[in-house]
Design a protein around this ligand. Structure first.
Ligand SMILES: Cc1ncc(COP(=O)(O)OP(=O)(O)O)c(N)n1
Ligand SMILES: Cc1ncsc1CCOP(=O)(O)O
Length: 209
């Protein structure tokens, strides 16, 4: 397993969340612009569809040395040769995922969803490499979330694990959370629902990259 410092160096500043509803042909251009993290997140996909989607994302961005993480599913991440898995409260516990990954794919990056500093400390203790921290701002991309945590919560949680801020992120907000101590940002609407996704990617890279 690589040392944690190695993970920090490899951890991208920007993760574009990708579902099969998005235009995958844009991915190489995003990567070329400097978006070097892609998270496959598709709640509607079957297991086989997720494996195929992950492989499709890898084949489009692999040449740019970009990092591909699968949301929720360690089995899919392993089957598709992804670089990591992102786990939330209803997914496989980080500790179990770390045990499995240490045998099946040493060095696999594991991200854990956290909403406060105590959760980040717990995630670190159980083997996570980074914390997906949010929702920092209001989002329409996922329902049932708690109220936005705010930038102050990012500052309060920083310094334990690298934080990837998520929820309502745009270029100007990316600069704000980076200044508050976040390592990077994860984005759906701030990229895919913009009139010009390539321009949005460029601005995100300038702000957070
Ligand atoms: C980087 C990052 N942070 C948080 C999340 C949210 O994960 P989770 O809590 O498992 O919720 P879903 O994304 O599965 O709806 C994330 N995906 N990425
Ligand atoms: C999956 C998830 N978890 C917290 S916010 C969020 C959605 C982020 O999407 P957007 O970037 O459009 O706010």
């Amino acid at each position: 397993m690589p040392a944690k410092e190695v993970i920090v160096v490899l951890l991208p500043r920007i993760f574009a969340l990708v579902s099969s509803a998005e235009d995958l042909s844009l991915l190489p251009a995003f990567a070329e612009l400097g978006v070097r993290g892609f998270q496959v997140r598709d709640k509607a996909a079957s297991t086989r569809e997720l494996v195929a989607l992950t492989s499709a994302v890898r084949s489009r961005v692999g040449v740019f040395d970009a990092c591909v993480v699968v949301d929720d599913r360690l089995d899919v991440a392993l089957a598709a040769g992804a670089d990591g898995v992102h786990l939330g409260a209803s997914d496989l516990p980080v500790e179990a995922a770390r045990r499995i990954a240490d045998t099946a794919s040493p060095g696999l990056m594991i991200g854990a969803t956290c909403r406060d500093r105590a959760a980040v400390v717990a995630a670190q203790e159980t083997g996570a490499d980074y914390a997906g921290f949010g929702p920092v701002f209001a989002t329409t991309s996922k329902s049932g979330l708690p109220d936005p945590l705010g930038v102050e919560a990012v500052s309060a949680a920083a310094g334990v694990l690298p934080l990837i801020a998520i929820g309502g992120l745009s270029a100007s907000r990316a600069a704000e959370v980076r200044a508050a101590g976040a390592h990077g940002v994860a984005v759906i609407g701030g990229l895919w629902r913009q009139p010009d996704p390539l321009q949005a990617a460029k601005e995100l890279v300038e702000a957070a990259g």
